[in-house]
Design a protein around this ligand. Sequence first.
Ligand SMILES: NC(=O)c1ccc[n+]([C@@H]2O[C@H](COP(=O)([O-])OP(=O)(O)OC[C@H]3O[C@@H](n4cnc5c(N)ncnc54)[C@H](O)[C@@H]3O)[C@@H](O)[C@H]2O)c1
Length: 323
Amino acid sequence: MVAQMVQPRAQCLTRLSENARAGTVSPMGLLDGRSAVVTGAGRGIGRDIALCLAAEGAKVVVNDVGVSLGGEGTGEDPAAQVCKEIEAAGGNAVPNHDSVSDFEAAGRIIATAVDNFGGIDIVVNNAGIVRDRTLVKMDEADYDAVIAVHQKGTFNTVRHAAPLMKDAGYGRIVNITSSAGLRGNFGQTNYGAAKAAIMGMTFVWALELGKYGITVNAVAPAGVTRMTENLYKGTEPPADQDPALNAPLIAFLASEGASYVNGQVLGRTGFGYTLFQTPRQIATMWREGGWTPQEVADHFHEVLGQHLQPVGMGDHPLLGKKD
Ligand SMILES: NC(=O)c1ccc[n+]([C@@H]2O[C@H](COP(=O)([O-])OP(=O)(O)OC[C@H]3O[C@@H](n4cnc5c(N)ncnc54)[C@H](O)[C@@H]3O)[C@@H](O)[C@H]2O)c1
């Protein structure tokens, strides 16, 4: 079902093939010669990011531990498969099978880029699992496993890559977040917590690393992968749910030309790329010297109560369909 919707992915592969025929990896790619790590790049959205970065001239470490949707081992090797696709089309890629959730192993992911490509310019933190349950049914193990891959995994790779980027005076970090964490989603306490933490780390790292020529941004992607295929059970997913649609935005953020984009949360909805508002105060109730609880109760509704925010994922109000 997913494989039929291949237009953006096909464009990446065509670009790689044309470059291969021309005898060069990428004559005019956005990422010529850059060294990149994409975690969880063996399947779904990460696979398309790896293909796209390679098509733009990057040398890519395709990291994937090859687990099930819930994080259990499968014996599959999707990272090797994606590397074969990239190489067959004329690109440059090496597989890595370490888990992002293990600090030492995450060091080996970054070292794979350094050892094979001479450095590390780009890290895309994409690896992910889900174990959806409502709060009252969620086990501690389900919470810990999801936090370990998304939140700790993002810390782990960046903690290893950032000192190298700092020494080089250049770096591009793209953290994959989700509206589940930015806005809330039913049944995703663990996932929402991790994805909101990724937003928080993105802001902190943008401040800490920006002065060294390193940008850090977050992207909330979308697309039909095994993570979301249940939403379309029995029906053909629409063309605008192709997971390959996310990759061009991430390739741009990973490029030199995106040096002015730092600490931002972006997203994809339909055929559009979106910019999220950074959480900020939108209303204030003020009383010199402070409030008593009763005074808050007396005035809350007339002041802050007029500005309460919706929670959860609604349609984007500005994204009207063309027809
Ligand atoms: N699909 C969507 O609509 C959607 C929406 C919002 C956010 N996301 C995020 O996009 C990212 C990719 O999701 P997807 O839909 O492509 O899922 P997917 O399951 O198709 O791919 C995720 C990949 O990550 C790998 N992985 C899992 N744990 C790992 C670990 N510890 N170390 C290395 N690799 C590991 C898996 O083996 C898998 O190949 C995730 O971070 C997900 O949370 C997806």
